[in-house]
Design a protein around this ligand. Sequence first.
Ligand code: XIL
Length: 370
Amino acid sequence: MILFFTGALLLSCSTNESYAQDERIPSLKKVFDKNFLIGAAINARAIEEKDKAADALIIQQFNAVTPENIMKAEIIQPGWDSYNFDLADKLVAFAQKNKINVNAHTLIWHSQLPPFMRRMKDVDSVRKYFVDHITKVAARFDGKVYSWDVVNEALNEDGTLRNSIFLQALGDSYVVEAFRLAQKASPHSKLYYNDYNIEQPKKRAGAIALIKKIQSAGVRIDGVGIQGHWRADNVPMNEIEESITEFSALGIEVMFTELDLSVLKNPWDNNSANVSDTAKGNSSMNPYVSGLPDSVEQIQSKAYGDLFRLFLKYKTNVTRITFWGVNDGQSWLNNWPIGGRTNYPLLFDRNFKPKPAFYSVIATATSGNN
Ligand code: XIL
């Protein structure tokens, strides 16, 4: 029995790794080399080089990575005077060794905050946390990371500022102040604002006002990241195109930073990616446990192709496309907003095998328009 398991494990592992070693499989980073960086969010196992198949694929396919969780505040600063840089240092070493750009994620976000910080009531403590966290963490990785998501998800759907602990304690100049502190601590890394649904008109207008406010304060902001958590059958193509042109007009880079195209319904049927919005599911909300029907695969594959054709049209403005995960089995969308579902949002399947969506993306680069 043990022998059987070991054999099966070895077999599945070598099959997985062989996809990354198969030279007939095109490489996203090579195919889009002249256009934009191609990234993936990576988890702790890949960073620690414990997931050999994922690492092989990352090295073959991507020239940018974003840590999915390990640079978030709850992990990197668990206590007032306690910082945990271990995994972030490993990430930087892994990236340097393999010539991959790190987009560090994220300095100021209302979610995944350490417990000591979430409980804070007084303004002085929040201010001290805010200054210390940005200064210490950004300085430590200055120039070692290519870029920072300095502020993540500061906006509501109507374009006003989210009522976070930072807004409550520090007032509405806190986003400008975050960028000012990051600029001082990290002069050699690029500084970005990142959010979901900012392709939608009202939220986009809020993001544009925020970026202009940073710029008119004389503070550096290098780019904006549109997360891109969309439904495969409902990608807002027109709004995305308008956003690329409007954000580019501000003189900054535009990136798609957390791209995944879900094939499952969410309970609210919108494109929110608010991690605290969760729901209970039933089997009708989880229809593809034993495989994805060809018809759905087709829809996703076409949507990915349409998106990349649009990105290529604006290749002078769009600087990076990052997928939120490496393979379908590792995607956060198997557990959000409903736990324990089987989703298929990325370009590689659960065995790291390229899906039709992968070839549809590759085809956009070879069809003469780049
Ligand atoms: C998600 C991670 O993928 C999950 O593993 C974690 O449990 C919650 O956060 N927007 C963001 C990301 O900016 O940091 C979130 O990542 C997904 C939504």
